[in-house]
Write a protein that binds this ligand. Structure first.
Ligand code: ATP
Ligand code: MG
Length: 174
């Protein structure tokens, strides 16, 4: 369905703020656009994607901040989750999207989890003809991002409907 992805990200941050605070981490919402950003996608599953990415950012960061931001380029919105955490060694980057794969088994064990989060993220985005991108530097941090096509805003849809009605009326007079 049609929904405002800015709200989705906002909801995830509200949901995870306490968890971040307990680790003394700040989640910053970098919101350069005033207007809502409408996407046509499965709202619940995209919520899950953002939830998994921000959860990971918190889980694998000991100090610094998590920044969640948007960028709009040619009818697409890119959502990026940036952390200042442990990072991922380049040789493991490909494998983190596999089910049950975890970079550091002992460290992961104490952190909890199943190793399914990113496999789910990848699966959901593939169902939307999209994908996750990752940039990471060991001991510096990571950026996980994905893009979705921007849909029309409600105002634009109303405007289109109105124009359509006008055309219909004109045709009736012909
Ligand atoms: P789950 O998400 O099921 O609770 P998980 O977080 O270990 O468990 P994934 O989310 O699939 O599983 O991530 C797989 C592995 O990728 C993690 O175990 C971790 O090693 C690495 N990873 C994921 N996100 C980050 C990140 N932001 N920074 C550093 N490493 C990460
Ligand atoms: Mg995870």
């Amino acid at each position: 369905e049609h929904f405002n992805i800015v709200n989705t990200v906002s909801d995830v941050i509200d949901q995870l703020e306490n968890k971040a605070e307990r680790k003394d981490l700040l989640i910053r919402f970098d919101k350069p656009y005033k207007d809502p950003i409408f996407v046509y996608a499965d709202a619940e599953r995209i919520y899950r994607v953002v939830m998994n990415l921000v959860s990971n950012a918190i889980k694998y960061t000991d100090e610094g901040e998590i920044v969640v931001g948007f960028e709009i380029t040619d009818q697409k919105v890119e959502v990026a989750v940036k952390d200042t955490g442990v990072g991922i060694p380049p040789e493991h980057l490909k494998r983190i999207f596999e089910r049950f794969f975890r970079v550091d088994k002992s460290r992961s064990k104490e952190k909890g989890g199943t190793g399914l989060g990113l496999a789910i993220v990848k699966h959901i985005l593939e169902a939307h003809d999209s994908k996750v991108s990752v940039l990471s530097t060991v001991n510096k941090g990571s950026i996980f991002s994905f893009k979705l096509p921007i849909g029309q805003s409600t105002a634009e849809m109303e405007e289109d409907a109105r124009r359509e009605m006008e055309l219909m009326e004109e045709e009736e007079y012909d």
